[in-house]
Write a protein that binds this ligand. Structure first.
Ligand code: FES
Length: 185
């Protein structure tokens, strides 16, 4: 979920020695991203996307590094991270389940409410939360552009269509046992 408050001047920022913004990221942004945008502020979204994707969150230190790289103010970065649900300050689970809650998905088939309730019950977390073992985050999302196959949900970047409570159950089971996620089980 979006971070609700702005840090004051006295806020302590957790720091680690190793920067979040890697040399490879800088190179890619310089060569491929910046040339596409008229201003450095314009490149902020794709840059933040890379950071969120790499670390499953954009911690404050990373926000400062991004601001420095782009030569923009840290508050611009913070505003963007806070505004878009795509970006989080807290680390998301290995698998983010994003159930669409917009009108078609709300109304079609079993409906998004039943899907969200079922996932919350299976995972033992509320919407917007991450399981203690760091495997799953459950979120509710705006229209994913697939209304004709509603209800739908994203598991990370993969869209699953025409969902039922049972098919969502199976997806959760598969994600839990997938080798890539085995270390977190
Ligand atoms: S309402 Fe769910 S994809 Fe459009």
């Amino acid at each position: 979920m979006a971070w609700p408050t702005k840090p004051s001047g006295t806020m302590q920022i957790a720091r680690r020695a190793e920067p979040y913004v890697t040399e490879a990221m800088r190179r890619r942004w310089t060569d491929e991203v910046l040339p596409k945008y008229a201003t450095r502020l314009g490149a902020l979204m794709p840059v933040l996307h890379d950071v969120q994707h790499a670390y499953r969150h954009v911690p404050y230190q990373a926000q400062l590094e991004v601001a420095q790289f782009l030569g923009i103010s840290p508050s611009d970065v913070l505003d963007t991270v806070s505004f878009y649900d795509e970006f989080t300050v807290e680390q998301r689970g290995v698998v983010t389940i994003g159930v669409c809650h917009s009108i078609a998905c709300e109304q079609c088939g079993c409906g998004s409410r039943a899907l969200l309730d079922r996932a919350a019950e299976r995972l033992g977390i509320g919407v917007g939360e991450t399981t203690d073992d760091g495997t799953f985050t459950l979120i509710s999302m705006e229209c994913l552009g697939s209304c004709d196959t509603a209800p739908v949900a994203l598991l990370n970047e993969t869209l699953h269509e025409n969902l039922t409570v049972e098919s969502l159950d199976r997806l959760i089971d598969q994600a839990r046992t997938a080798p890539a996620h085995g270390g977190h089980h």
